[in-house]
Design a protein around this ligand. Structure first.
Ligand code: VGL
Ligand code: ZN
Length: 193
């Protein structure tokens, strides 16, 4: 597995609200941030593209409990909770992709309501490596969409963390991604590539 110019890293929603101390905290989110910083450096060295998505909601977003949705308010556009976590250091040239701005749509996938596909096609990316938060929501949907759009996908299995509303949700999500044709690799395997 050699990383090259036709590869891209997609870092999903490594934001303060999804990390310990945040409003929708995922256990280990801050460690995921640290690990993905190392992976990003590696991709930069290999000449591969790097994307970081941000959940970016208006205050009246339909996924918030006050508006009838399942979640506490999180990742409100422009708030500190929506900022990328401080453990995540991103190389120069990283593209930021924001999604979830439509109050009526819960855009779990980085491909929904964004120009991510267009950017990947324009730069002739054929394979994407995906890590980030949360395994059972935005990572899952980003990976499934990438597969549907015909990209090869490698899930970075030790740089993801799940919400686990129900115990086992994260594991189930990983199985779904694998069934959809996603390969798996660890941070160390990728850095050795
Ligand atoms: C996410 C719940 C609500 C995620 C986003 O990034 O996985 N989860 N909004
Ligand atoms: Zn959200």
């Amino acid at each position: 597995m050699k990383i090259g110019e036709s590869d891209a890293l997609i870092i999903v929603d490594v934001q303060n609200d999804f990390c310990p101390g945040g409003s929708l905290a995922v256990e280990g989110g801050d460690e995921v941030a640290t690990k993905l910083s190392g992976v990003a450096t590696h991709f930069r060295v290999k000449g591969a593209r790097i994307f970081a998505t941000q959940d970016w909601h208006p205050e009246n977003h339909s996924s918030f409990k006050d508006n009838g949705g399942p979640w506490p308010p999180h990742c409100v556009a422009g708030s500190n909770g929506a900022e990328l976590h401080e453990n995540l250091s991103l190389p120069i040239g990283t593209s930021i992709v924001r999604k979830g701005s439509d109050p009526e749509v819960d855009a779990y996938s980085g491909f929904l309501d964004s120009n991510l596909e267009e950017q990947l096609r324009r730069t002739e990316v054929t394979r994407v490596f995906v890590g980030g938060l949360a395994t059972d929501y935005c990572v899952l949907n980003t990976v499934l969409d990438a597969r549907s759009l015909g990209f090869e996908v490698t899930l970075i299995t030790d740089a993801i963390a799940a919400v686990n509303v129900e115990k086992g949700d994260g594991d189930k999500a990983v199985e779904k991604m694998q069934s959809a044709g996603a390969e798996s690799a660890s941070v160390d395997e990728i850095k050795a590539a």
